[in-house]
Design a binder for this molecule. Structure first.
Ligand code: G6P
Ligand code: MG
Length: 213
């Protein structure tokens, strides 16, 4: 039985369980360089947790010309093709320290476990990491109308897990993701820098420091 006051945990994927945040950055960086648009790690911080088209819009906001919808779609597709190349060779060795232990600790404590990533590549990444079966429910990003920071994705995960939002906690590396968890009415564990993830209820440097709240 769980000794926690929570009945479910909902994890983000990119940047929490595996360092795909790095691959997203590299793929966007190549695209931005190709378009002559300034883009760096600081700008990338604002893209974490933001869906593909939303991320592209943010990058192109500093472009010197306007892009048609067709051009935007082509650029987003180009970025995704590069990203897919980068993740193609992933394996269980790409799990971040503490990730499997955190999932197993939650399972042993009797918590329901969900995954809330807005990435349409999440199923592929989980499969390559070999951890798909560790989740009770994985949100299909294609079914989500509003990305993070909207609470929709975390609320959907809670609903599908059959747990009230107030009895869930979320784990996120992105500012937008922490905002999504908080507006869903859940307790938020931030993974990263406390100076960045200011809305989180607690911040840990990585999942090696994960403890069930
Ligand atoms: C995650 C990442 C974002 C990425 C988004 C969409 O939230 O943190 O950086 O833009 O997923 O990913 P996708 O694989 O669908 O392009
Ligand atoms: Mg993330």
């Amino acid at each position: 039985m769980s000794t926690s006051r929570y009945a479910a945990v909902i994890f983000d994927l990119d940047g929490v369980i595996t360092d795909t945040a790095r691959y997203h950055y590299l793929a966007w960086k190549r695209l931005a360089d190709g378009e002559g648009v300034h883009f760096d790690e600081a700008a990338n911080e604002h893209l974490k947790g933001i869906d593909r088209m939303g991320s592209l819009e943010l990058i192109l906001a500093s472009a010197t010309r306007a892009y048609s919808d067709a051009e935007k779609l082509a650029l987003a597709t180009e970025k995704n093709e590069h990203y897919k190349e980068l993740i193609a060779t992933m394996s269980p060795a790409d799990l971040l320290p503490g990730a499997v232990a955190a999932l197993d600790t939650c399972r042993a404590a009797g918590l329901k476990i969900g995954l809330a990533s807005v990435s349409r590549n999440a199923f592929t990444v989980l499969d390559r990491l070999g951890i798909t079966d560790k989740f009770d429910y994985i949100v299909d990003a294609g079914t989500i109308a509003k990305g993070k920071p909207d609470p929709e994705i975390f609320l959907k995960a809670a609903r599908e897990l059959g747990v009230a939002p107030g009895d869930c906690f979320g784990v996120e590396d992105a500012v937008a993701g922490v905002a999504s968890i908080k507006s869903a009415g859940m307790y938020a564990i931030g993974v990263g820098d406390p100076a960045v993830l200011t809305e989180a209820d607690q911040v840990i440097p990585d999942l090696a420091a994960f403890r069930i709240p």
